[in-house]
Write a protein that binds this ligand. Structure first.
Ligand code: GLY
Ligand code: MN
Ligand code: MN
Length: 447
């Protein structure tokens, strides 16, 4: 139920191959392992593009797509079988598994890259490849094309043009299919449950990391592999740091706690933010700010109809928040002038959201080469996450508002007829939140 089937992977590869045509070849390489400390490494996360086209998880694999090639059009280079490495590091499917389990026409070991990969470059005019994603690999790609020219003693046998692969591939990743939506819904459901758990068991005197542990425990026990990004638990002034991840401080009564956290399930990301009073009651000033963000967030969700412009979505939220910032006494002046000068940036310094999928900051909504956004269409999933942040040191702000950061983030699906909030199960009205926070029996953590 929660998988992507072999047919879907094959269809994605077919689509890309049809788009590039049989004068071209594409190379998609997974990232290299990264050292963490001495000889230990960070857990490996395959490249999202490679996952999208193959589902293959082992490190450093390389996919070559050469439409119509006599020797096979889908070639997957994978870690070589190696008894000792498999004893220490884990099982490998090897070149045979690349064919039998992952649908490649040809499976080869990574040790054969230099010798074999140029065979699929020869005679192709364009190479679709994302330069800059991996330095060592960029160098090898150049060496292979150069080597091919010299090896064969002919001038035109290697691709003369390198084309950025991202536009075509990410255009396809932007619109989610049924199976992907199944995984995204699950990631959103687990993320929502985790936020409910954190709100339920929050007490002044706890530390931010205790809430982080609760969220991440829930992700793992629910079958999620990792948090989709580093969990943010910021209390008080820490909530005004947009991507605060230290999560070390004690949570005080009177603080608003901002949690931005999501589960990655089957390599698809959830991404939810909730902001709530640590002691279960917002102060009047906190409530006013919260309400302003919530109203902007609800209006923005409604804006996400098929055909809507992402750029207009952004500017409509900026205008609404500018009006609220004036009402709250945080900005002064005419709305048009404040908008002209982007003064909202003093308190709302980020964008309204981003597409969501295999990457938490997913791809395809904005074209890589010109920065222009595409209109929303059915199957697009995006986050809606306005916020207002007032640092403790902001002496121009009313005193009772200082040291408060509020962001509210949901994940929404654009449908044929409107919009569906995939994280609607996570409470967000003032009344719901105040009733939930601290309502759990701390001696029985639902664990
Ligand atoms: N969690 C990062 C973001 O909301 O964009
Ligand atoms: Mn987030
Ligand atoms: Mn987000």
């Amino acid at each position: 139920m929660y998988t992507i089937s072999a047919d879907v992977f094959a269809q994605r590869r077919r689509r890309l191959m049809d788009e590039i045509g049989d004068e071209a070849v594409a190379i998609i390489a997974g990232p290299s392992m990264k050292g963490r400390s001495n000889d230990t490494e960070y857990a490996y996360r395959p490249s999202s593009d490679l996952l999208y086209l193959t589902g293959f998880r082992e490190p450093e694999a390389v996919l070559v797509l050469a439409p119509g090639h006599d020797a096979g059009e889908v070639v997957l280079f994978v870690p070589d079988r190696d008894k000792l490495k498999e004893l220490w590091e884990g099982r490998r499917v090897g070149p045979e598994g690349a064919v039998q389990e992952y649908g490649a026409d040809v499976g080869l070991g990574l040790s054969e890259l230099d010798e074999k990969l140029p065979d699929w470059l020869e005679g192709r005019k364009q190479l679709y490849y994302t330069l800059g994603s991996r330095d060592d690999f960029d160098r090898r790609v150049i060496e292979w094309t150069q080597g091919l020219r010299h090896r064969r003693g002919k001038k035109s046998t290697a691709p003369g043009t390198i084309v950025d692969l991202r536009d075509l591939l990410h255009r396809s990743r932007l619109v989610k299919g049924e199976e992907e939506l199944g995984l995204l819904r699950k990631a959103c459901e687990i993320s929502s449950e985790a936020h409910i758990l954190a709100m339920k068991y929050c007490r002044p005197g706890m530390h931010e990391y205790e809430l982080q542990a609760l969220l991440e425990y829930h992700y793992r026990r629910s079958g999620g592999e990792y948090p989709a990004y580093t969990t943010i638990v910021g209390s008080g002034d820490n909530a005004t740091i947009l991507h605060y991840t230290e999560n070390r401080d004690r949570i005080e009564s009177g603080d608003v706690v901002l949690i931005d956290s999501g589960c990655e399930f089957g390599f698809y990301a959830g991404d939810i933010t909730r902001s709530f009073p640590a002691n279960g009651s917002f102060t009047p000033a906190q409530r006013d700010i919260y309400q302003a963000v919530l109203e902007a967030q609800k209006a923005a969700i409604e804006f996400c109809q098929p055909g809507a412009s992402y750029d207009e979505l952004k500017s409509s939220v900026e205008r609404q928040l500018t009006e609220s910032l004036v009402d709250l006494g945080l900005l002064e002046g005419s709305i048009d002038e404040l908008m002209e000068e982007s003064k909202f940036r003093d308190y709302y310094p980020h964008s309204i959201g981003h597409s969501l999928g295999i990457d938490v900051h997913d791809v395809g909504l904005v074209r890589p080469e010109d920065g222009e956004s595409r209109p929303l269409e059915p199957g697009v999933v995006l986050t809606i996450e306005p916020g207002i942040y007032i640092p403790a040191g902001d002496e121009s702000a009313p005193e009772e508002m200082r040291g408060v950061g509020i962001r509210i983030e949901d994940d929404v699906l654009v449908t044929e007829t409107g919009v569906e909030n995939l994280t609607a199960s996570c409470p967000k009205t003032v009344e719901e939140i105040e009733a939930l926070v601290g309502s759990g029996d701390a001696s029985n953590l639902d664990l």
